[in-house]
Write a protein that binds this ligand. Sequence first.
Ligand code: NAP
Length: 250
Amino acid sequence: MSVALITGASTGIGNALAKELARRGWAVGLVARRGELLSTLAAEIEAAGGKAAWAVADVTDAGAIRDAAQHIAARLGPIDLMVANAGTGLPTRTTAVPIDAWIQILRLNVDGAIYSVGAVLPEMVARKSGHLAVVSSVAGYRGLPMSAAYSASKAAVTTFFESLRVDLRRHGIAVTAIHPGFITTPLTAKNKFPMPFLISAERAAVLIADGLERRRSDITFPWQMRIVMRWVRYLPNALYDAILSRTRVL
Ligand SMILES: NC(=O)c1ccc[n+]([C@@H]2O[C@H](COP(=O)([O-])OP(=O)(O)OC[C@H]3O[C@@H](n4cnc5c(N)ncnc54)[C@H](OP(=O)(O)O)[C@@H]3O)[C@@H](O)[C@H]2O)c1
């Protein structure tokens, strides 16, 4: 039985992905800060015939996520797949210069993903096998309005994981960057603006699991958002600024 460790498994995409991978026969290691939610999820997975273990950790604490990975490996076996999914984002008003919010988003989304890699990669290198994945976002393709830290954090992890992919190829370790569009989760429940091509966390989990099982380097969905964002990526700055500066998300 292959073992997957998923950070941010207590709610949203991580929670749905844990259930989907368990349904497909993976043993799943669940990590987040809210233990009661992880315990409920683990019980649900086991009741459905799956295998799960959980550990509380704040991914911005290198020691805590390392201990959590060790705890899960001791219960389920060596970790074959690590999905760095824990993350956050909220619209930020640039004119308010919200330094603390910017730094907090970058610390969780970037440092958290890097510490999660640090918790599992030495063992994968030693075994010459494994798979690292990060839940980035299409928001990382360009700097979106009122999303300076969020877009920057997602661009950072996409690029970070791409370098890892090149470096780890010869070591038998696959690397995947996942770029969802809008997904219905507690994170987006706060959004007061229209979210085009919104899909459920359960549908997102199926698409992510399909891509991970094929060890694809990039998983971008839904397809409508993939097409739009590829086009937006190459818009000239003057046109991009003229269109996007009219967007209000706060
Ligand atoms: N929803 C979307 O439309 C969308 C689109 C693109 C990308 N994403 C990305 O998908 C990922 C999951 O987001 P979501 O939408 O599923 O949101 P969510 O429901 O709010 O889930 C976030 C998860 O991260 C965990 N988490 C937050 N801070 C943490 C910390 N310091 N240490 C450990 N775990 C922490 C939360 O659990 P605890 O609070 O229990 O720790 C929760 O399980 C994020 O990286 C997000 O940027 C989401």
